[in-house]
Design a protein around this ligand. Structure first.
Ligand code: PRT
Ligand code: ZN
Length: 287
């Protein structure tokens, strides 16, 4: 019997922690959160969970301390460690961008050639400039990158952006996207053969949770004379379920719709005469 456990590294505290923990919990895995500890053992799945600083995760995986982990693609790219991206997770979305003070007359990336750029991502930034046959005078700082131009430390910055409000409040303008990023599940290359089935089992659950968060379960009542038109709006997994209502001339329709099309479809359904529309979240979706 395989008694080994798969070791997963999660960010201990930060922007990815809550979503990473919730992902595993929604996969039905029970464990104590890492608020006060470094390591936890799942009670009902062969998994050990390590809670670490995100920047350390690629190195720990390369060294074999952990087998898999959840990090931002930006962290993986900066670490330069070999790891395989197993699954994109859809949270922690952001972009690594170049930004300049509002007063900087920026026309193209060439305007930054030879300029001082503050960043916590020196490897990615140098690579980006080298690809364009330009050079940047990279100043590596570990935090509060956005204040570097105003204190005279740099001419521009390269930092993560999500809403853009940090740049705005610091009088900076985003001018180039260096990379886009989201949280990813990564694995050591050539994972031991006896750990692979555990990873596959975990991945099966993660995919079901991901599919569920991207879809909604919808129930509605429709007059029978509009049934066909309404069904055409609702693809469902195979096709929608239609059941007669106790009230003559009416049916109840159940289906699954993608979150992205959600509002548009609901409006069209209402226009076609649908009533009593209920929309429910889905916990897991196995197709
Ligand atoms: O302590 P530890 O080293 O583990 O954490 P950390 O402080 O290095 O990382 P943390 O928790 O801030 O971010 C973890 C990961 O979240 C990053 O590596 C990204 O993959 C992802 N992420 C998503 C972000 C953001 N969005 C984000 N907005 N990481 C940081 N930011 C910061 C950014 O640096 C800037 O200061 O938020 C500010 C900008 O946000 P907006 O909304 O004002 O644009
Ligand atoms: Zn970090």
């Amino acid at each position: 019997m395989n008694t080994r456990k798969l070791k997963i590294a999660l960010q201990k505290s930060g922007r990815l922690s809550e979503d990473s923990i919730n992902l595993l919990k929604t996969c039905g895995i029970k464990f104590d959160n890492g608020l006060s500890k470094l390591k936890s053992v799942a009670q009902n799945f062969p998994l050990e969970i390590f809670f670490l600083r995100d920047d350390d995760i690629p190195q720990y995986i390369a060294d074999g301390v952990a087998d898999i982990g959840i990090v931002g693609e930006n962290v993986l790219a900066e670490a330069g460690q070999e790891a395989e991206i197993i699954e994109r997770l859809g949270f922690g979305k952001c972009r690594l961008s170049l930004a300049v003070p509002k007063s900087f007359a920026y026309n193209s990336i060439k305007d930054l050639d030879g300029k001082r750029i503050a960043t916590s991502y020196p490897q990615i930034l140098s690579g980006f400039f080298a690809e364009k046959n330009l050079t940047a005078d990279v100043h590596t700082i570990s935090g509060s990158v956005e204040i570097a131009p105003s204190i005279g430390l740099a001419d521009a910055i390269c930092d993560l952006v999500s809403s853009g409000s940090t740049l705005f409040t610091n009088g900076l303008r985003e001018v180039e996207t260096v990379m886009i990023s989201e949280a990813v599940l990564i694995s050591r290359k050539n994972l031991d053969a006896d750990l692979k089935p555990i990873l596959d089992k975990l991945l099966f659950r993660i995919k079901a949770v991901k599919a569920a968060t991207q879809n909604k379960y919808i129930l509605l009542n429709a007059p029978d004379d509009k049934l066909q038109e309404i069904i055409e709006l609702l693809p469902g997994i195979k096709s929608p379920t239609v059941m007669p209502l106790a009230k003559k001339g009416w049916s109840s329709i159940h289906s699954v719709i993608n979150e992205n099309d959600f509002w548009e479809i609901v409006e069209q359904l209402r226009d076609k005469g649908a009533e009593g529309i209920l929309v429910l979240s889905i916990d897991q979706m196995i197709s």
